[in-house]
Write a protein that binds this ligand. Sequence first.
Ligand code: DP6
Length: 327
Amino acid sequence: MQATAAATSNIALVKYWGKRDVALNLPATGSISVTLDRLTSRTTVRFDAALDGDVFRFDGEAAPAMGRRVSGFLDLVRGLADTDLCARVETSNDFPTGAGLASSASGFAALALACDEALGMNLSSDQLSALARRGSGSAARSLIGGFAEMRPGVAADGRDAYAVELAPPTHVAMQVLVAITTTAGKSVGSTEGMRRTEETSPFYAPWLDATRADLDCMRAAITDADLERIGELAESNALRMHAVMLGARPPLLYWTAATVRVMRAVQAMRGEGLAAWFTIDAGPQVKVLCAPSEAEDIEARLRGLEGVHDVVAAAPGEGPRVLETRP
Ligand code: DP6
């Protein structure tokens, strides 16, 4: 009845920004990501007949807003497992939450796996990914190790909207350097940001078309393990996502001065012949994709930039894992 699971963040190489169904959290397009070996969420779930409500603790403290989202997710799990037991959920991250490091991705992936294990549901990988998607769209991809593609599906009930493996972590020799430019929470969350973009950005339809085309190119680049094409496409797709965000009203501007400084620095490094490309999610951090042989040099340069507080060096990683089960 109790299980602990760990899952890591993933970085989208072709972004998910828009939904075809809000209630079921179905993405408007597919997306492609790489799951990292760092930026871990660790979650323990205990279903307990003695509880008369769900209890949620984040880093040992009550977190009411997150707790409501977790309770909504537990309702789905209870429906699937046909139980009415309440649960105690304790989670912790080894990185700052809510600042564009996709804590919801690792968090809901770890929670989905821990629930499956605690209740003995024996869900398949596809089912687990689809379940995690209900918590957060990007979490569906953190259920898969290495390079993952989220399928948007066509079914109205979302049963075919889950992530699948494109390639194992060792398939492409690359590193991801996460340049942390602030540890403050983001201003507009992804769910609200997507809604605003869908409703007000005149670039939304072209963004979806461009993303569908990028998916085909990225899939081929990953198959060929071609870091240069992966990097170029990832950087361009990220900038297009920020363009559609900027087209919203009020506009979604997630960048700080330090964000732009890192972007410029990465472009300058490329000018010097280094293999480095950036991508940015719904926050100010910049993730730099680079060749492992140049990672140390690039990390040192990033650390030297004004406004860069820290750099987390990550590599493609395995999927989530169960750490412990207890009766
Ligand atoms: C910019 O998965 O956080 O990181 O499904 O509403 O929880 P919800 O959104 P979320 O959005 C992630 C957006 C992104 C791009 C990506 O990871 O694909």
